[in-house]
Design a protein around this ligand. Structure first.
Ligand SMILES: NC(=O)c1ccc[n+]([C@@H]2O[C@H](COP(=O)([O-])OP(=O)(O)OC[C@H]3O[C@@H](n4cnc5c(N)ncnc54)[C@H](O)[C@@H]3O)[C@@H](O)[C@H]2O)c1
Ligand SMILES: O=c1ccn([C@@H]2O[C@H](COP(=O)(O)OP(=O)(O)O[C@H]3O[C@H](CO)[C@H](O)[C@H](O)[C@H]3O)[C@@H](O)[C@H]2O)c(=O)[nH]1
Length: 324
C-alpha cells in the first residue's frame, strides 16, 4: 500500500488487518504520520518519485493487490501550483504502475476523486457515467491516472478499481486512527477545532453559490465505510477493472456542517464569511448505486452527526493529532 500513513490509507490499513490480511506500507511521510500505523506493520520510507526505490519495494513480494493512496490532494493548492500537482501525482502513479506491470501484480486499487466532476451545479447525484470535467489541476491529474490504468489493463492485464471518493471524513470508531493533515484544510476538522477553541473563527469560503443556503454542498463519507469499499473493490477485480463513485448520496452544505458540529459538540462554532476558494465546485453528491449493487456495500456511518461525532471524539482524545 502507498500512502498508508495518511488519513484514508491508515484507516484502510486497519480494515485490512481486521480482515486478516498482511499489509506492507510505502510512504514518504510528506503529509502522513509514522505513528498512524499500528505496531508490526512493515514500513518503507520511500518517495514514489524515486522510480528505482519504488520498483525495489514492489519487487520484494508476491502481492495479492496494491492500494495506491499517496498523492498531493488539495484542490485549492493545485490551483496555485498546477504543474507540481501534474508532475507529482502523475509521475508517482506511473512509477508504481510500471513496477506493478513489471512484477505481474494483478490488482490495483486507486484513490480517485469527485474532483473529476467540476462542472456547474448539478441537481442529481453523480453516477460514474457523468461527464468528466475536472475543475482543478488536482482533479485533472487524477483523471490522467485513470486513463493510464485503463490502458494498463487493456494492454498488460493489470486490473484496477478507480474509487472516486467524495469527501472523506470521520475517524475510526474504535479511536485507533483519525484525521491529522498539516496544515489542515478540510472543513470538518477545521470546524471541530474552531468549536473547541483551538483555532480562530472558521472562514466560510463562498456564501453566494447557487445552492439552498449559498454555501457549497458536499457528500461526506465516513473513512471507515470508505476503507470497507476498498476491500470489496479488491474482490471485484480478479478478471475485470471497475470504476466506482463513493459517497452517501446525501449532500450537506457548509453551513449545515457547522450546525452539525454545534449540535454534536454542544458548542458554538465561531465563523466568518470569506470569498470563494478557487477550484471549488458548488455541489458534489455521489450516486453510488453501482458500488452498492455490485459489491453489497452499504455505509454504516451514513449520518453526518455520526461522522462528526467520531471525528470529534478522536480530536478530543488527540488534541495534537499524532503528536510532534
Ligand atoms: N481526503 C479526502 O476527502 C479525499 C477525497 C477524494 C480523494 N482522496 C484521495 O485519497 C488519497 C488519500 O487522501 P488523504 O486525505 O488520506 O491524504 P493524506 O495526505 O492524509 O495521505 C497521503 C499519504 O501519501 C503519502 N505520500 C504523498 N506523496 C507521496 C510520495 N511521493 N511518495 C510516498 N508517499 C507519499 C503521504 O505522506 C501521506 O501519508 C489521495 O490520493 C487523495 O487524492 C481523498
Ligand atoms: O476553512 C475552510 C475549509 C473548507 N471550506 C469549504 O468546505 C467545503 C469542503 O472543503 P474541503 O477542503 O473539506 O474538501 P474538498 O471538497 O475541497 O476536497 C475533498 O474532496 C475532494 C473530492 O470532492 C478531493 O478529492 C479532495 O482530495 C478532498 O480534500 C468546500 O466548499 C470548501 O470551500 C470552507 O468554507 N472553509
Amino acid at each position: 500500500m502507498t500512502g498508508g500513513c495518511g488519513f484514508v490509507g491508515s484507516h484502510a490499513v486497519l480494515a485490512l488487518l481486521d480482515a486478516g490480511h498482511e499489509v506492507v506500507v510505502l510512504d514518504d511521510l510528506s503529509t502522513g504520520h509514522r505513528e498512524a500505523l499500528p505496531p508490526g506493520v512493515e514500513f518503507h520510507q520511500v518517495d514514489l518519485m524515486d522510480r528505482d526505490a519504488t520498483a525495489g519495494v514492489v519487487a520484494r513480494g508476491a502481492w495479492d493487490g496494491v492500494l495506491h493512496f499517496a498523492a498531493l490532494s488539495l484542490v485549492g493548492e493545485s490551483m496555485v501550483e498546477p504543474l507540481r500537482y501534474f508532475r507529482r501525482n502523475y509521475m508517482t502513479a506511473l512509477n508504481l504502475i510500471e513496477a506493478c506491470v513489471a512484477r505481474g501484480v494483478g490488482r490495483l486499487v486507486f484513490s480517485s476523486t469527485a474532483a473529476l466532476f467540476g462542472g456547474p451545479e448539478r441537481s442529481e447525484p453523480i453516477p460514474e457515467t457523468a461527464l468528466i470535467q475536472p475543475g482543478s489541476p488536482y482533479g485533472e491529474s487524477k483523471h490522467m491516472i485513470e486513463r493510464v490504468l485503463h490502458w494498463a489493463d487493456a494492454v498488460h492485464g493489470l486490473r484496477s478499481a478507480c474509487l472516486r471518493y467524495f469527501n472523506a471524513a470521520g475517524a475510526d470508531p474504535g479511536g485507533r486512527a483519525g484525521e491529522d493533515h498539516r496544515p489542515e484544510t478540510h472543513l470538518i476538522p477545521l470546524t471541530i477545532d474552531a468549536a473547541l477553541g483551538r483555532r480562530p473563527a472558521l472562514k466560510l469560503f463562498g456564501t453566494d453559490y447557487p445552492t439552498r443556503d449559498g454555501s457549497c454542498i458536499r457528500d461526506y463519507i465516513h473513512v471507515t465505510d470508505l476503507a470497507d469499499a476498498h476491500l470489496r473493490a479488491l474482490d471485484q477485480i480478479h478478471d475485470r477493472s471497475v470504476v466506482y463513485n463513493i459517497g452517501n448520496g446525501e449532500g450537506y452544505s457548509n453551513l449545515e456542517v457547522i450546525s452539525a458540529v454545534e449540535r454534536v459538540s454542544g458548542r458554538k462554532v465561531p465563523w466568518e464569511a470569506a470569498g470563494r476558494r478557487q477550484g471549488d465546485p458548488a455541489k458534489l453528491v455521489a450516486d453510488s448505486a453501482t458500488l452498492r449493487r455490485e459489491t453489497g456495500w452499504t455505509p454504516r456511518f451514513a449520518e453526518l452527526d455520526r461522522i462528526v461525532e467520531t471525528a470529534l471524539l478522536w480530536r478530543e482524545a488527540h488534541p495534537d493529532g499524532y503528536g510532534r
